[in-house]
Design a protein around this ligand. Structure first.
Ligand code: AMP
Length: 436
């Protein structure tokens, strides 16, 4: 057996997957939420959860809704552990008990492996891969964790204050639990390290930008890499000859232009706030709006942070942050939901057009993540009216409720429009094996 354990640590959560790499099958997976919860009655605990939500809003960690609003937390402060082990009976179970910190969460995870399989005696990982949100300008690929790497991840915490410290906690807990196993950091930003200065530079005072490390970094890189490579495989074409636009549309959303396997532009920036309209985030906005709201509306910087990250996007426009609710309300005639959907689609099309221009043409447009994989309405709406660019969506293919990689454009359309489920955990595991 050759297994890799993939860890995604949030400030109050630990998500894991144990993958058998010879056939890339998942042996066990789980999510531990509300780590360190002192009880839902504590205002402090709720605040921590809210800010502990994944900055990308991609649902890959315990969400703020689960953390802050859960009924099951009660006043006992129990952490919740959900495990799925395909080889066990039952395959899935949930338990609740207090879990003080990430080190304790690791012990609980290992206990679950022993109880429900596979035992670590048979499946000791050859590497442990950690998702780390921000690698700044320093990390371009999967990196074996050393003390110096940990110092660098910590130093980048000012660019990702909620996420890099959580990743470090996960790394420290993993090192304590598995001292002989190599730990590998896989950075969300790494895939975008190929951006040219023209694409990553903001047009502000260059010295100030340099001093405060202000530039486009981009996120969702692990997903964009996985999906663009899977698209080449699906099409049976060499990756280095392919121009692809990946639309990762989850709760957090970003677009990426990929030329020959290299990211050449992406819509998220210094932080995951820039770009597409998201569940609760505004995406692109005139920066002067913030100045205006501060001067005229008296909004503080914290208010603006809260507004743009948590009260904007689909939620701000329609009162609904979940695309399923927005689509059904829009179809039922709700005007605000219609506007929210229209703004979302308008922005998506804007990026598709921009990236076709940057790439000098496009061979494949790929939809992925929760919205991209499931919403035929969004896929059709985003690409409507682009026939003159060779982009067509086949209605029947688009509407078919299928899983797995598939083509939704007609076979004779010049541009292949694909739906490819993302798998960030598998991509992290694969990258681990290249360095561990
Ligand atoms: P993710 O962050 O990739 O887990 O995606 C979460 C988002 O996917 C949520 O906003 C969901 O509303 C959205 N989603 C899931 N299923 C559907 C669907 N059938 N139609 C539209 N959106 C969906």
């Amino acid at each position: 057996m050759s297994t890799v354990l993939v860890i995604n640590s949030g400030s109050s959560s630990l998500k894991y997957q144990l993958i058998e790499m010879t056939n890339e099958s998942v042996l066990a997976s789980g999510l531990i939420e509300r780590i360190g919860d002192r009880g839902a009655g504590s205002a402090n605990a709720q605040g921590t959860r809210a800010h502990g939500a994944d900055a990308q809003g991609d649902g890959s960690q315990g969400s703020s809704a689960q953390g802050a609003g859960s009924q099951t937390a009660g006043a006992t402060g129990s952490s919740k552990h959900t495990v799925t082990s395909p080889g066990a009976d039952p395959q899935s179970f949930t338990s609740e008990r207090p879990i003080a910190d990430h080190a304790a969460a690791f012990r609980v995870m290992i206990e679950a492996f022993e109880t429900h399989g596979p035992s670590m005696k048979d499946a000791l990982p050859v590497a442990i891969g950690h998702r780390v949100v921000h690698g700044g300008k320093r990390f371009f690929g999967p990196t074996v964790v050393t003390d110096l790497v940990k110092i660098n991840i910590e130093d980048l915490a000012d660019l990702a204050p909620l996420h890099n410290p959580a990743s470090l906690e996960g790394i420290n807990a993993a090192q304590a639990a598995f001292p002989s196993v190599p730990q590998v950091a896989v950075f969300d930003t790494a895939f975008h390290s190929t951006l040219a200065p023209a694409a990553y530079t903001y047009a502000i005072d260059a010295k100030l930008a340099d001093k405060y490390r202000v530039r486009r970094y981009g996120f969702h890189g692990t997903s964009h890499k996985f999906v663009s490579e899977a698209a080449a495989e699906f099409l049976g074409q060499p990756l280095d000859a392919l121009k692809t636009i990946v639309l990762h549309l989850g709760n957090g959303a970003s677009a990426c232009a990929v030329d020959g396997g290299r990211s050449v532009d992406t819509s998220m920036g210094l932080t995951p706030l820039e770009g597409l309209v998201m569940g609760t985030r505004s995406g692109d906005i005139d920066p002067a709006v913030l100045i205006h709201l501060h001067r005229k509306g008296g909004l503080s910087f914290d208010d603006l942070d809260e507004l743009l990250n948590r009260k904007s996007g689909l939620l701000g426009l329609s009162g609904r942050g979940d695309m399923r609710d927005v689509v059904s309300a829009a179809q039922a005639g709700d005007e605000a939901a219609r506007v929210a959907l229209d703004v979302y689609l308008h922005r998506l099309k804007h990026y598709v057009g921009a990236y076709i221009a940057e790439l000098g043409g496009v061979d494949a447009i790929v939809f992925t993540a929760g919205v991209g994989e499931n919403s035929d309405v969004v896929r059709a709406g985003a690409l409507a009216g682009l026939e003159r660019l060779g982009i067509r969506v086949d209605d029947a293919r688009n509407a078919a409720r299928e899983h797995g990689a598939r083509r939704i454009s007609p076979d004779d359309a010049p541009v292949a429009v694909l739906v490819i489920p993302t798998n960030e955990e598998l991509e992290i595991a694969r990258q681990c094996l290249t360095v561990a």
